[in-house]
Design a protein around this ligand. Sequence first.
Ligand code: SF4
Length: 491
Amino acid sequence: MATTKDYSQYFVAPDLKAAKKRGKEEVQVLQFEQIPEDMRHVGKNKRYLIQTYGCQMNVHDSETIAGILEQMGYTPTEHEYDADIILLNTCAIRENAEDKVFGTLGRLKQLKLEKPDLILGVCGCMSQEESVVNRLLQSYQYVDLVFGTHNIHRLPYLLQNALYSKEMVVEVWSKEGDVIENMPKVRSDGLRAWVNIMYGCDKFCTYCIVPYTRGKERSRRPEDVLNEIRELARKGYQEVTLLGQNVNAYGKDFKDIDYRFGDLMDDVRKIGIPRVRFTTSHPRDFDDHLIEVLAKRGNLVEHIHLPVQSGSTEVLKLMARKYTREQYLELVRKIKQAIPDVVLTTDIIVGFPGETEEQFEETLSLVKEVEYDSAYTFIYSPREGTPAAKMKDDVPMEVKKERLQRLNEVVNEIARRKNEALRGQVVEVLVEGESKKNPDVLSGRTRTNKLVNFRGPKHLIGRFVHVRITEPQTWTLNGEWVEEPVAQVGV
Ligand code: SF4
């Protein structure tokens, strides 16, 4: 007979309904508390491994989790069998992302049996879902620790409970969220850094789980963001990406100051860091002041990722995207007028419930009109707990697949044409390292985030160089290192 364990002592469970609430409570800016005295050396001679799934926000959260663990004395390892603590930082955006996590947990059961002292934890967006936590409690009882996206700063206390309790410790706050400053971080890259400028999302697109898993939109104070970027500049970082689920909503929640994303970008522009990017934009909040500031260029690069999701106003309405096809195209027109060489990229969902052939063709025509340099394209996948999951979906999977293929043909044809236009041009590349496919080749990115491969000495890694494009391809550009500085195009 299955026993029912009493987890109440260690248990704060998620609740999607509570997570949806947006109250009037003011966002509190709290400081990360020091690691408790008795936990400061708990990781001495022990190793940690964090496996990260999903978006850049999660990658950056893993940098914070690593920072906290290292303050407790843990050191990193890349091997599961060497680890004393393994954390899976999960993504809830698509069902197959969740399947992968459960698959990994199943595989790790054996390791946990061999090493009973191993702490196995699940955090990130999946842990904010009731259904996931219930499944963990029922079928993955060997998991020691589950904590949510609002609970990262509590890790030392949660770990303390997990180490000494022998029961699964679950703490997932379904709250709107606060801002925690001064969290330690171990940045995984010495060249490019990610900086959160805001957390959460209030848009509630009908297909998306993020507003439930990440809480309400709340911005970090400008002085905290700017100080972090100045510090990164002092440390020699060459590129910073400002992060948020919807960066264009930055500052909307400030009650005491009138300071929006355009103002922040204008101040970041004055900091001596060579390249500044941001992700992700929501077209609805992209205002004229921001366009004006981006047109000043300098360290603000000419690349904007501007998710459209669909070219049909009716589908956009069902998605609750809060803009029409015409409004989106007007925004693109304004951006292109202010920054004629801008590179636009996007995200598109095909086969949203009820999408007709005509509506899909509107997406194709929008893609042709905007001429994106690249696009992330997906077949709609329902997420439990979202309104779209309850919508009637009469589009057969074969039709969805066929639409995706037609869309990708158009996207690829434009991408190739855009890259072909760079043949013979000299571009500025920040060299990131050896190419993943060939260690004799170096690779890096242009200001517009295009991947460039070329042959050159290893000491160029970490530097800005000039490369003449000789072989443009659909997704990458091959070129030759130009040793003598020459006039370049702004890509
Ligand atoms: S803007 Fe829409 S798609 Fe993006 S995180 Fe918010 S709800 Fe999700």
